[in-house]
Design a protein around this ligand. Structure first.
Ligand SMILES: [Ca+2]
Ligand SMILES: [Ca+2]
Ligand SMILES: [Ca+2]
Length: 175
């Protein structure tokens, strides 16, 4: 079972991914997300980004069972989250594609403003990140490195530690 903490952590992301707001994730939501990303992406190959994002769709859909055509619920997503420890390569590959999409100026680092653009794109709405960014910037040098980002991304999806900075990788403070 996913913990109550994991549920609270994932629910905000679930709503951000549910682009049409019907409470279920469908392939159409994934395509809409991929389009949103393509519009703002940094030096990442847009086809690679889209394929990484839509690549999660069959995984989620299979968690929804044979009737997955009805869409994927929050509980289905949590089922996948519970099993991510066995999918470390897929998780870090997604982190890397996201990192390259966020790195708008292609200098190999995520600045505070690039991070702000990430969260805004992900949520589809302006979101304050001043409180969050310093928690993610582990060495305080004003940037997120690829390793810092990968650590946080993996912690968010596969971890269960409320004290870990990765809890805040999507900007929102889990309450
Ligand atoms: Ca939906
Ligand atoms: Ca950059
Ligand atoms: Ca740093």
């Amino acid at each position: 079972m996913a913990s109550e903490f994991q549920r609270r952590k994932v629910i905000g992301v679930f709503h951000a991914m549910d682009v049409d707001g019907d409470g279920r994730l469908t392939e159409a939501d994934f395509q809409a997300l991929a389009q949103r990303w393509k519009a703002v992406a940094g030096p990442v190959d847009p086809e690679r980004l889209a394929s990484v994002m839509t690549g999660w769709w069959p995984v989620l859909r299979s968690a929804a069972g044979p009737d997955g055509g009805d869409g994927v619920t929050l509980d289905d997503v949590l089922l996948v989250v519970e099993n991510l420890n066995g999918m470390a390569d897929a998780v870090s590959g997604t982190a890397d594609a996201m990192f390259e999409a966020i790195d708008l100026n292609g200098d190999g680092l995520i600045s505070r403003s690039e991070y702000g653009a990430l969260i805004e794109t992900w949520n589809g709405t302006p979101t304050a990140t001043d409180e969050v960014f310093p928690r993610l910037d582990l060495d305080g040098d004003g940037h997120l490195t690829r390793d810092e980002f990968r650590t946080h991304w993996t912690e968010f999806w596969a971890g269960d530690d409320p004290g870990a900075p990765g809890t805040y990788v999507f900007g929102a403070l889990v309450r």
